[in-house]
Write a protein that binds this ligand. Structure first.
Ligand code: SR1
Ligand code: MG
Length: 423
């Protein structure tokens, strides 16, 4: 991999020096860099993240490393992912204003994005582990996915612009490659970097021998690599969402690429379900986490309901792209035809979302990248129970995705699995 000669991972001191010449930064922090505090706080899988504060303000600086942070220099990764992250943040800001952090500055050579410091926001996943309820989350996220996915597609965009965007984001191939391997294939064989909770082996063996599951996972991979339907966030899990009691912000779209409508939807719902199954490992007395459980399943239902309603609204009011042209439907007096097509499109998104949700639940237990919801369960026996339930749910969603028609079926299934004996 070519690392530009001018690129170097920043330290607190070199970052301070670099930013001192950036007006978008000094406008916010002042020019007296001696008063700035720079802290590296990144704990994700890929990047350096700095919080820079001064008496005048604060901001976040995210710098891509030329390798995968969690694995090291043995797994090179292109710096240009920060370009795609910047582009995706810009697209998302235009498509659902106020739902992503404002970008103040982008430095392509240093693979650096300077953006709003979100405070007092916390990572949603940490909140879910703590059992905290966020009543606005479902509405905010349902609107976000509907607006970004609809407005990033050929349902909405001028065809030439959609093609140009599609070609540009196709350059984010190495990040897509991570998803293609880590999500859809590695969990179903003994891939080198896989890890799992000791004791889970019998259930892993059962899943890997499950032909219907393997086929379903490959069908979802097939959909992911071939359905370039819209600009997807690409990594929409509970660690890519920051929340307060009233606000929701979507961060980290460095995996952005053109993909299926159902991908972000499925990833998101899977992470709510992982949070649900993890609750038993965190509750101090039986039933103590029931309000949080109810909220998480309600969030699954309300997120989809909000998504479907907003998508339908945009379909009726903003369908300006080359697909399902109004000329053929509304303008020809065939509104019913347009509604029929909408039902069919939503139906396909739902089925795909169920499949993607299933494999996401599996890879977070069997693959390289796990989730704190389950990892933070202190008692290994309770953790295994939670993981077995999540594996069972994932299998059902992926294999039976065409038979599962409603969110109520999903949440009823989750409750049955949670209450079951797992034999
Ligand atoms: C090797 S990167 C592992 C995971 O971290 C990111 O957040 C994505 O979820 C990716 O799959
Ligand atoms: Mg991330």
């Amino acid at each position: 991999m070519m690392i530009p000669p001018d690129y170097a991972p920043f330290t607190a001191d070199t970052l301070r020096a670099r930013l001192s010449g950036v007006a978008a930064v000094t406008d916010r922090l002042g020019t007296d860099t001696a008063t700035w505090t720079v802290r590296e706080v990144g704990d994700g899988n890929l990047n350096l993240v700095f919080i820079v504060t001064s008496p005048a303000g604060a901001l976040i600086v995210k710098q891509a490393l030329p390798w995968l942070r969690v694995v090291g220099e043995g797994w090179p990764l292109p710096l240009r992912r920060s370009f795609f992250e910047w582009q995706a943040l810009t697209h998302h800001a235009a498509r659902d204003p106020g739902r992503v952090p404002q970008v103040y500055h982008f430095d392509e050579v240093q693979a650096l994005v300077v953006m709003r410091y979100l405070t007092p926001h916390v990572i949603l996943r940490k909140s879910v582990v703590a059992g905290v309820i966020h009543p606005h989350l479902a509405r905010h996220m349902g609107l976000f996915i509907a607006r970004t996915l609809f407005r990033g597609s050929n349902l909405s965009m001028p065809a030439a612009q959609a093609k140009a965007d599609m070609a540009m984001f196709a350059g984010n191939a190495e990040l897509a490659d991570i998803t293609e391997n880590l999500v859809f294939s590695d969990p179903y064989f003994a891939a080198k970097l896989n890890k799992h909770t000791p004791g889970l082996e019998p259930w892993i063996a059962r899943l890997r021998a499950d032909r219907a599951m393997k086929v379903a996972a490959q069908e979802m991979k097939h959909a992911f690599v071939s359905k370039a339907e819209t600009l997807v966030h690409g990594d929409l899990h509970s660690g890519s969402i920051m929340v307060t009691a009233t606000d929701t912000q979507v961060i980290d779209p460095e995996f952005a690429i053109y993909g299926p409508f159902g991908f972000d939807v499925g990833m998101l719902l899977a992470n709510f379900l992982l949070g649900y199954f993890a609750q038993s490992g965190h509750e101090t007395t039986p039933g103590a986490r029931d309000p949080c459980r109810d909220w998480l399943l309600g969030t699954v239902e309300e997120t989809w309901a909000t998504f479907a309603a907003e998508f339908a609204h945009l379909w009726r009011t903003e369908r300006t792209g080359i697909l399902y042209e109004r000329t053929l439907f509304e303008d020809a007096g065939d509104t019913l035809g347009s509604e029929q097509a909408l039902t069919s499109v939503l139906d396909g998104i739902w089925t795909d979302a169920m499949g993607f949700a299933g494999v996401e639940m599996h890879r977070r237990i069997l693959g390289l990248a796990h989730v704190e919801d389950l990892e933070a369960i202190p008692d290994p026996a309770r953790r295994i129970v939670a993981e077995r339930r999540a594996l069972a749910m994932g299998r059902q969603l992926a294999v039976e995705r065409r038979a599962i028609r409603t969110t109520r079926q999903v949440t009823a299934l989750a409750r049955i699995i949670e209450a079951g004996d797992l034999s």
